[in-house]
Design a protein around this ligand. Structure first.
Ligand SMILES: Cc1cc2nc3c(=O)[nH]c(=O)nc-3n(C[C@H](O)[C@H](O)[C@H](O)COP(=O)(O)O)c2cc1C
Length: 408
């Protein structure tokens, strides 16, 4: 494979084709993949994304044959995962004058991961532009596509979108341009979307909204084909695949309380669900009969079960409900435990244990991390006494995250 491939005047692919079976996200990429890095040879030479950490040395060697790394002025990092930012330390060491262009969260993570604390960073915000001498880059924050810090880059003069993981395909191709593809790659394109992007479906819609006014003639993602034929059709495909389902989803928040602290938690979860447009009911178990509660459970797609802790146990009559659900057919419904407590909060864990004995899909932190990569939500949801403002946000976020799961 040649070191560089021209994708527009003075803009080059300088990536790496990995034609092995690659382990990735608990999968084996049978068809391999590519790590697409780009070099824009303008007055202020700019690299957009690098390659996998494993190929850092060979990448810098190849790049050094095209440009003296000391001349590189900017390294744009759209996404910090080491299959794209992994060669950054190797490149940065040879490119001492290069400033790293990324989001605020991206900069924090890169500093921690690669010990780049003494490096100059340019922190971008949505819509910011950067003149690289002959071409202009514009940046858009696209959180959770694929991880929270992610952004995308658009070159105004070339009409090329550099969306990193978005619009990618895991195929080790030496042809690189989609119009030269020898095989049908649409299934692989869709599989990639479903695995990596769909869990964050609402953010895909936000991204499409941000790029809709851009004149995009080519999409140059970070894995697989560069989409220069029918570029717009791939944006349309993402738009269609990420549409909300017609079926409206419902949630139920069921709880027992002594003094009303758990009621506050229940209401805040409800606010988070509301942010995502999820219809919900809140029921204090002491105000409803067992039959009413069972009906409400059957009508819901996600059910939060809450109790505060009194002498290391649950309060009120929530335990009766938890005993009943063991014998109900509730498969496909999501279940989440929560509650206010003082110092040990045993009840929340006991509720969680009961849920594990039901046939519901019990959502905990581990599930959220494995399906979305997000580690900021702690479940079961444990709240000390009355939630302060920071806690209130954390609780509402739980509602929003579960809302997203229902919509995915
Ligand atoms: C009689 C009593 C016993 C309690 N026992 C515990 C306990 O064993 N562990 C704990 O973490 N909190 C305990 N707490 C604290 C409550 O769980 C805490 O105040 C909680 O916020 C109450 O929520 P609620 O208003 O929803 O009932 C106890 C509180 C009372 C009044």
């Amino acid at each position: 494979m040649t070191n560089k491939l021209e994708i527009a005047k003075n803009s080059y692919w300088v990536g790496y084709v990995d034609d092995r079976k690659v382990p990735f996200h608990r999968l084996i990429l049978e068809k391999g993949t590519t790590y697409n890095s780009y070099l824009l040879m303008t007055e202020k030479p700019t690299v957009i994304d690098t390659v996998d950490i494993e190929f850092g040395r060979v990448y810098v060697e190849k790049l050094s044959k095209i440009i003296d790394p000391k001349e590189i002025e900017y390294i744009v990092i759209n996404h910090v995962e080491p299959d794209h930012a992994g060669a950054l330390p190797a490149l940065a060491a040879k490119a001492p004058n290069a400033k790293i262009v990324t989001t605020a969260l991206g900069a924090e993570e890169l500093k921690d991961m690669f010990k780049l604390h003494n490096r100059e960073f340019i922190i971008i915000k949505d819509g910011d532009k950067l003149d690289i001498g002959g071409k202009t880059l514009q940046f858009f924050e696209t959180p959770y596509l694929h991880t929270e810090e992610t952004m995308i880059t658009y070159c105004i003069e070339d009409k090329i979108l550099y969306p990193c993981d978005q619009f990618s395909t895991h195929i080790a191709t030496y042809e690189l341009f989609n119009d030269l593809a020898k095989e049908n790659y649409m299934d692989d394109f869709e599989v990639y979307y479903k695995l990596i992007m769909h869990p964050h479906r609402p953010y895909v819609q936000d991204m499409i909204e941000k790029i809709k006014e851009l004149d995009i003639e080519m999409i140059a993602p970070s894995h697989g084909y560069i989409l220069r034929e029918n570029a717009q059709s791939f944006i349309k495909a993402y738009n269609i695949m990420s549409q909300p389902s017609d079926e409206s989803k419902k949630a139920l928040i069921l709880f027992s309380t002594m003094t009303g602290n758990t009621t506050k938690v229940a209401k805040l979860i409800g606010e988070g669900l509301e942010d995502k447009g999820i219809e919900h009911r809140i029921i204090n178990t002491k105000n409803a009969s067992n039959e009413e509660i069972k009906e409400a459970i059957m009508a819901a797609d996600a059910i939060f079960f809450g109790s505060s802790t009194r002498y290391a146990d649950m309060v009120g009559n929530i335990e009766e409900v938890l005993k009943d659900i063991k014998d109900m057919n509730l498969s496909n419904k999501l279940a989440i435990a929560f509650g206010s407590y003082g110092w040990s909060g045993e009840a929340v864990q006991v509720v969680h244990d009961y849920l594990l004995e039901s046939n519901m899909k019990v959502i905990d932190s581990s599930y959220i991390i494995k399906t979305t990569g997000m580690d900021h939500v702690q479940l079961p949801l444990r709240v000390k006494f009355v939630p302060d403002e920071k806690e209130q946000n954390r609780i509402m976020e739980v509602g929003r995250v579960i809302g997203d799961l229902l919509l995915a």
